[in-house]
Structure formats: structure tokens, C-alpha cells
Design a protein around this ligand. Structure first.
Ligand code: 5GP
Length: 117
């Protein structure tokens, strides 16, 4: 079964794609939490960081150069942005196809809200 992101990458489901090459696709998150909220996704299905392999290091590094390009394209390279990867249940990961959130366009506040012990 293809993931929802694979279907977007193949053009089988609609999405606003802002960047695509033979390794990575970047598209707008359907429920943005900030003025800019893009998902940067490897074209191959890697469920999450728990299953990344050493031979995928070039691909994983490429996600960062794409993040740089997309941040510049979206006009937030200088104002700043956050890159975030959820991994597993405690993180709230919803889609088990590795993806980097690129979030910006406003002051984002603390990364994780401190919980009262
Ligand atoms: P996660 O919680 O797995 O890190 O993030 C999954 C993200 O995918 C969420 O921010 C969610 O809004 C986004 N998302 C889920 N389904 C779709 C979809 O069909 N299209 C797009 N563009 N984003 C989606």
C-alpha cells in the first residue's frame, strides 16, 4: 500500500508542490501551523528515522539542501524557520513516510512547551 505522500509524489493525489526532483518532493502541508508550512519528503518510502540506513545518507543530506532552497524560495531564509521531524508515537507522527516540516513566516515560540512535573 502506497503512503498518502507517495500518492502525492506520483501525482495521484492533489497537493501544492513547491519543489520536486528525482530524490525529494516538497509540498504545502494541508493543515499549516504557520504562514509557511512545507513538507520535504524523500521520493522513496522510509517510514521514519528508525529505519534510515547508511546508504541513504546522501538522500538525507539532500533534504537539507532542498530545505535551504525552499526557505529561500518562500522568502523566509533570513527571517528564520524551524525544521522538524516527528518520529514515532510520543512525537505525534501521523504519516509513516519520513518527512521534514519546514515552518516559518512568524515567530514560532518555544520548540516544546515545558510540562509541569
Ligand atoms: P506528522 O505528524 O506525521 O509529522 O505530520 C504529518 C503532516 O502531514 C501533518 O502536518 C498533516 O497536516 C500533513 N498531511 C496529512 N495528510 C496530508 C495530505 O493529504 N496532504 C498534505 N498536503 N498534507 C497532509
Amino acid at each position: 500500500m502506497a503512503t498518502i505522500f507517495t500518492k502525492i509524489i506520483r501525482g495521484e493525489l492533489p497537493a501544492t508542490i513547491v519543489y520536486q526532483d528525482d530524490q525529494v518532493t516538497a509540498f504545502k502541508d494541508i493543515h499549516p501551523v504557520a504562514p509557511v508550512h512545507i513538507l520535504i519528503v524523500p521520493n522513496i518510502e522510509i517510514p521514519n528515522v528508525n529505519s534510515v540506513e547508511p546508504e541513504q545518507e546522501a538522500l538525507l543530506g539532500h533534504m537539507f539542501t532542498v530545505a535551504r532552497k525552499v526557505a529561500e524560495q518562500q522568502g523566509i531564509a533570513q527571517s528564520g524557520y524551524r525544521l522538524l521531524i516527528n518520529n514515532g508515537p510520543d512525537s505525534g507522527q501521523e504519516v509513516y513516510h519520513l518527512h521534514m516540516h519546514l515552518i516559518g513566516g512568524r515567530r514560532l515560540g518555544p520548540m516544546v512547551v515545558r510540562r509541569e512535573e
